[in-house]
Design a protein around this ligand. Structure first.
Ligand code: ZN
Length: 416
């Protein structure tokens, strides 16, 4: 579809989405307060009220539901939240569109009928489990729904069924890397060729490492439970940003402090309005993710615009000696060293000290000069990027704690 047709479709869908949003009490109130009659232009979206994570937490469990419960086929909740979760609801049509978008994303990454797909994440409330499975089935892949299990079990099952495509969080791919390094012939026993990775912050540098070490194509997959789960955006084989499926999502990038729209290609907070959702038709969801829109044509021919890799969550930024730092800045530097195995930990301690611990491969670890060289160069690179003098600790593989599920990259022990 050409850009004009996509825009026309978005305006039409936005009008309908606004009507549906009025069925959610807190949005209806805000729409009335602003005396919004309708939308006739995409620019009008800036007049519509935002929906925030806090709104959805306050609405727990049914306050953001816009249809009678007997029309809801499925309930999911957001992941990673330590407080009350965010619920997300699906009608039959919502589920069908979600499956379609997941299938589209998998196909975009190169999966085809004949591929055997394994999901390595939890398949409960987490949208990244069943969402991927539905999409894989919709595309006609052979699905191995193992779900969460330890890495040994995951690889055993991949081997048993000749799995070619898998879905995981990036830190799981790093675990696979370690296992391949530790065992001769393990990689050769597997047929994996595509990894769909997401639901955790990571960088292009880590991706390069994963692709080289695992011998697969790794694709960044983006979405969030609040707007329907994964299936919002994914990379194509050009790997030059993530295509956002704009026939179903309207994206904006706003100033995270003021909420004002930014210029094209300026970095800010991603705001998403799902255009088709029936059960939970929220408006202008503040994702808390920092990125920018990449305008211009992609070599692959898709006309959906792209977003840059998420630089971090706005609330992930930490301050040391008055300097704001995103963990992704440190990750980029570490992962660009070929000796790093991708595992790192930032420890804030004392009054305002920052220590960066990073693991290297066993061969790098066995050479004192290499360790010293890496330490010095990581120190300099972090200083150049952030102006901060850090303590860099180079560690042997396995020295840093491993978590089940999402990796913890920052520990703050400061006595502030
Ligand atoms: Zn593309």
């Amino acid at each position: 579809m050409d850009r004009d047709s996509i825009k026309k479709m978005q305006i039409k869908k936005l009008s309908a989405a606004l009507k549906r949003a009025e069925k959610i009490p807190f949005l209806r109130e805000r729409i009335r307060e602003r005396r919004i009659g309708g939308v006739s232009d995409l620019g009008d979206v800036a007049k519509l009220p935002f929906t925030t994570k806090k709104d959805l937490i306050n609405a727990f469990p049914f306050g953001a539901l816009a249809v009678p419960l007997n029309r809801v086929l499925r309930i999911h909740t957001s992941s990673g939240s330590t407080n009350k979760p965010v619920t997300t609801f699906y009608t039959k049509r919502d589920l069908a569109i979600w499956s379609e978008l997941m299938a589209r994303g998998l196909a975009c990454a190169g999966a085809r009928r004949g591929d055997v797909f394994q999901n390595t994440t939890s398949q409960g409330f987490f949208t990244g489990g069943l969402g991927l499975i539905q999409g894989a089935e919709r595309l006609g892949l052979t699905v191995v729904p193992l779900g969460s299990a330890n890495p040994e079990k995951q690889l055993e099952v991949m081997g048993n069924f000749g799995v070619t495509v898998f879905h995981a969080i990036p830190s799981f791919a790093l675990r696979m890397m370690e296992m391949f390094e530790a065992s001769n012939g393990l990689r050769a026993s597997l047929k994996i060729r595509i990894g769909i990775l997401g639901a955790e912050p990571w960088t292009k540098e880590t991706r390069r490492k994963i692709e080289t070490s695992l011998g697969i194509g790794a694709f960044n997959n983006y979405g969030l439970a609040e707007v329907g789960g994964p299936g919002v955006a994914i990379e194509c084989p050009q790997k030059s940003g993530l295509h956002v499926w704009e026939d179903h999502f309207l994206m904006e990038v706003v100033d995270p402090t003021t909420g004002e729209p930014l210029e094209e290609e300026e970095e800010g907070e991603l705001v998403i309005t799902p255009l088709d959702r029936e059960a939970m038709p929220i408006l202008r969801y503040r994702t808390g993710d920092l990125t920018k829109i990449i305008d211009g044509k992609c070599e692959c021919g898709r006309t959906h615009r792209r977003i840059e890799w998420i630089r971090g969550r706005i609330d992930d930024m930490f301050k040391v000696r008055g300097v704001g730092v995103y963990p992704s800045t440190i990750e980029k530097i570490i992962a660009s060293h070929k000796e790093s195995n991708g595992n790192f930990l930032i420890v804030l301690s004392g009054v305002d000290d920052i220590t960066v611990k990073m693991e290297v491969s066993s061969s790098a670890w066995s050479n004192k000069e290499t360790v010293e060289r890496i330490r010095n160069s990581v120190f300099e690179e972090i200083k150049d990027a952030t102006l901060l003098r850090t303590i860099v600790e180079v560690c042997p593989p396995g020295a840093l704690p491993r978590q089940e599920g999402k990796a913890k990259r920052l520990i703050d022990q400061r006595r502030l």
